[in-house]
Design a protein around this ligand. Structure first.
Ligand code: PLP
Length: 411
């Protein structure tokens, strides 16, 4: 089966009425026919559900679909993308441990690493996550490398194969935030990633109607090397050790579960991921190529000829560049005029919607970041971030052309 067919027919639901989607089981608890049965369900010795913080059929269906799509052995859905990032890391890290990460990360993840410092967890940042930058920073305290596949909003692209080789040679896992790439561009496990996280609020949901996150495990990383003693008690789970530890530990106890309703919305959205991404990538490339021909602005998009990532995008993503581009307008005033002159793009802090969204990152998402930190993330005073939607291409191109012309007037 190819991508879109697999999205629709990869797994039939087992609903007794033949429902075409796993319905929303909007309940907190599940009753059982005896105390013994509930005891067995609790002890994972019988199939079934007990309490929706620990498991729910609608959530389970969403997790299975994502695991299948990524080619992983299992997935755990979370209340948000940030929750997924947090849980994926805390399942591994202890006081005294270090993580290596890219400085162009999503702002929330940078802030999270700041929060983790009070628990003795240190993040070491590299300008971009490459094998050459990562290797010299690895020491015996390093427990993971964390990278965004296509940085939001820096739009730098990670060469998963070479980075995962350095990680594995040193016995540490590579965790990839694949939110902006989506499984439509690449399945990171095929290139050596060990854990993949998504903010499902974005492209997976697609309609901008739910906050959600998900963690998928390749099942290939060896946690029993002696570097991760907290996994000793999970050896009986074999390749499922990471997921078992998370599901029975931090995820459950921190209460990071997704609501059944949001899991349902993400499952429905997921079915059109291929169609939307095809359209979004085509629109984004056409828009970037057109903006490139206009005066007074520069554009950054990983799939255009002038991008340093053009070749990597071709070999790793089949030439598709995703849905985000950034435009530098020349000054903050011009950037604001550009944004305010757009007719169709909504001014909003989100990505991955079917509608085109724009934002001025420096005065919003990066408001509290130091100038240096901001520039390392590829955010300047004149940067406009565009999350391209599925509108008709010529409407989008005309809208941006007009807005850019206006931004250049009386400037
Ligand atoms: C949005 C985003 C997140 C956080 O996801 P939420 O669902 O908003 O919590 C994490 N990583 C990336 C790359 C994102 O774009």
């Amino acid at each position: 089966m190819e991508f879109n067919t697999a999205l629709l027919h990869g797994k039939a639901t087992d609903d007794k009425f033949g429902a075409t989607q796993t319905p929303i089981y909007q309940v907190s608890a599940f009753s059982h026919d005896s105390a013994e049965t509930l005891g067995k369900v609790f002890a994972n010795r019988a199939p079934g559900f007990s309490y929706s913080r620990i498991g729910n059929p609608t959530v389970d269906a969403f997790e299975k679909r994502i695991a299948a799509l990524e080619g992983g052995i299992g997935a755990i859905a979370c209340s948000s993308g940030m929750s997924a990032v947090t849980m994926a890391l805390l399942n591994i890290l202890h006081a005294g441990d270090e993580v290596i990460a890219g400085s162009g990360l999503f702002g929330g993840t940078i802030d999270l690493f700041g929060d983790l410092a009070q628990f003795g967890i240190t993040a070491k940042f590299v300008a971009s996550v490459t094998a050459e930058n990562v290797e010299p920073l690895i020491n015996e305290r390093t427990k993971a490398v964390f990278a965004e596949l296509i940085g939001n909003p820096k739009l730098d692209v990670v060469d998963i194969r070479s980075v995962s080789e350095v990680c594995h040679a040193n016995g540490i896992p590579l965790i990839i935030d694949s939110t902006t790439a989506t499984p439509y561009l690449v399945r990171p496990f095929e290139y050596g990633a060990d854990i993949v996280v998504h903010s499902a609020s974005k492209y997976i949901n697609g309609g901008g109607n739910s906050i959600a996150g998900i963690i998928t495990d390749s099942g290939r990383f060896r946690w029993d090397s002696g570097k991760f003693p907290a996994f000793d008690g999970y050896k009986i789970f074999g390749k499922f050790a990471y997921l078992a530890k998370l599901r029975n530990g931090f995820w459950r106890n921190a209460g990071a579960c997704i609501s059944p309703f949001n899991a349902y919305m993400c499952s429905v959205g997921l079915e059109t991921l291929g169609l939307r991404m095809e359209r979004i990538c085509d629109n984004a490339k056409a828009l970037a190529e057109h903006i490139q021909t206009l005066d007074g602005v520069t554009v950054n998009y990983p799939a255009i000829e002038t991008s340093p990532y053009h070749d990597l995008v071709r070999s790793q993503f089949g030439g598709k560049g995703g849905g985000i581009l950034t435009v530098r307008a020349g000054s903050k005033e011009k950037a604001f005029r550009l944004i305010n002159s757009l007719k169709y793009a909504l001014i909003a802090t989100n990505i991955g919607d079917i509608r085109t969204l724009v934002i001025h990152p420096a005065s919003t998402i990066y408001l509290h970041a130091a100038d240096e930190q901001r520039e390392k993330a590829g955010v300047y005073d004149d940067t406009v971030r565009v999350s391209v939607g599925i509108e008709d291409r010529d409407d989008l191109i005309k809208d941006f052309e007009n807005a850019i012309r206006r931004s250049n007037e009386n400037g």
